[in-house]
Design a binder for this molecule. Sequence first.
Ligand SMILES: [Zn+2]
Length: 146
Amino acid sequence: MRNGLPDSKQRPAETHEETDLAKDWITDRDRRQAETPMHWISVEREHRKTWAVTQERAFRAKPIDFLECPICHEGEFRYFFRRRDVGGNRGGSWFWGDHCRRFDHWSSLVPEWWNDLAGVPSGVLVPEPEWLNQHWQEILAAQDRA
Ligand SMILES: [Zn+2]
């Protein structure tokens, strides 16, 4: 007999301990997310090729279609473009996953089919797409969708 107790009496204690740990972990994670709503992560080196393929698909997409995040497969792959000059074809591009919050941002071509969204406050077009993600429905609404 280990610890002077039969095995059948040790097991419930272990189970109870694991349950408490899991509960603490979830609470901790939820609290962290609430405190840091602007946490975004750069696409890791090993995922960049896969990510770039989906960027290409997004660039060609018309009308905007649902694209799944190619890395976590749990959320939507979202994107936003902004022309530097009206009628021009160069500007900025943003790509992000709304679930895993991976993102990147480029100075790039803007697809011809893209309709610039009016009323984007200056100062929100930083590399991290927090504002863009929160306004995704408006971004979609500004596009001519079939
Ligand atoms: Zn993802």
